[in-house]
Ligand binder design. Structure first.
Ligand code: BT5
Length: 293
């Protein structure tokens, strides 16, 4: 066992007739590390860890189809085909980030599934703000930004009937100890390490997100809307009271983001003073000065 642990990167000293002393615990993603002292009820009771995989969301959907339990967590050290929204790709280099997916089977109407993205975002931003000196904000609906650059993205996918959800997968991708970014995202992406000037262990961040997400999830499933979390959400949302550019396939509009509704929509007042309900998925929200507010 000691040999195996050393091979995984743990620094262990052997002391004759006494035993072993753990000197350094590396940033290893393992089921045991993640479950250690994780006092959740259903989230991450089952965990699958991969060295490398195409996409944890893709694999999550496959496992969900095969019957994986609610709360199953997939975590990878690297993704070859990380996915963003609407066919975009997500850079997921080895060992530097958190690439994870939760399989959920919520008893809610399919039209409420997109609210799970907001809850995951809130759990993530709160976890980060307990650990970093800068402030992380949610950029509605699915980005987490630090100093105006994207540190994390969330992708929620679902399989459903008209009025029944088979399963939802919530994928969270975070640049943690990344120092070099692909040229295509250099301008927009950042990592915790770049912004904070130090590296982070990934497991405590994963644990924080899972614990908080479960708490918000339970509140949400009971009430059926976001009423209970709106105040927390708006406090952490960078769009609120800001000028935003709303871009759909056919149209573009500049306005001020006013608030989030209990159903998770963004209310934007246009320059003529008229309020619009903006639903995620249909549009892209940008700050006026550059890509991310
Ligand atoms: C997202 O999409 O932000 C959702 C990202 C979800 C990734 C997780 S990782 C675990 C799970 N498994 C998956 O396969 N996916 C999920 P979107 O808002 O569409 O943003 C995508 C855009 O962000 C790209 O077009 C790039 O411009 C940019 N981007 C790509 N990789 C990035 C990275 N590592 N960091 C910051 N920005 C990135």
């Amino acid at each position: 066992v000691i040999k195996q642990l050393k091979a995984e990167g743990y620094a262990i000293e052997s002391v004759q007739n006494k035993g072993y002393c753990l000197l350094v615990s590396p940033d290893v993603l393992s089921k045991e590390e993640i479950q250690y002292k994780l006092d959740t009820v259903t989230f991450a009771k089952n965990i699958k860890v991969y060295n490398a995989i195409d996409s944890t969301n893709q694999e999550g959907k496959k496992l969900a189809l095969e019957g994986a339990k609610h709360g199953t967590l997939l975590v990878a050290d690297q993704q070859f085909k990380g996915k963003g929204r609407r066919g975009k790709s997500w850079e997921s280099p080895p060992k530097t980030g958190i690439w994870m997916t939760l399989i959920l089977r919520p008893d809610i109407h399919p039209n409420k599934a997109s609210m799970l993205t907001l809850l995951a975002g809130l759990a993530t931003v709160q976890t980060l703000n307990e650990k970093i000196n800068n402030t992380a904000y949610i950029k509605w609906p699915n980005d987490i930004v630090v100093n105006g650059k994207k540190v994390c993205g969330i992708l929620t996918e679902m399989s459903a009937e008209l009025d029944f959800i088979n399963y939802v997968v919530v994928g969270i991708g975070m640049n943690v100890n990344t120092f070099e970014f692909d040229a295509s995202i250099q301008e927009v992406a950042t990592s915790l390490a770049v912004e904070e000037g130090k590296t982070f262990e990934r497991v405590p961040i994963i644990q924080g997100i899972i614990k908080k997400f479960e708490k918000y999830y339970e509140l949400f499933v009971k009430s059926g809307d976001l009423e209970n979390v709106l105040k927390d959400y708006e406090k952490n949302c960078i769009n609120i009271s800001k000028e935003v550019r709303i871009i759909s396939n056919t149209d573009e509009m500049i306005g001020t983001a006013l608030r989030i509704t209990p159903s998770g929509e963004l209310i934007v007042k246009d320059q003529q003073g008229q309020e619009h309900i903006i639903r995620s998925g249909e549009i892209s929200v940008r700050g006026l000065n550059g890509k991310y507010i």
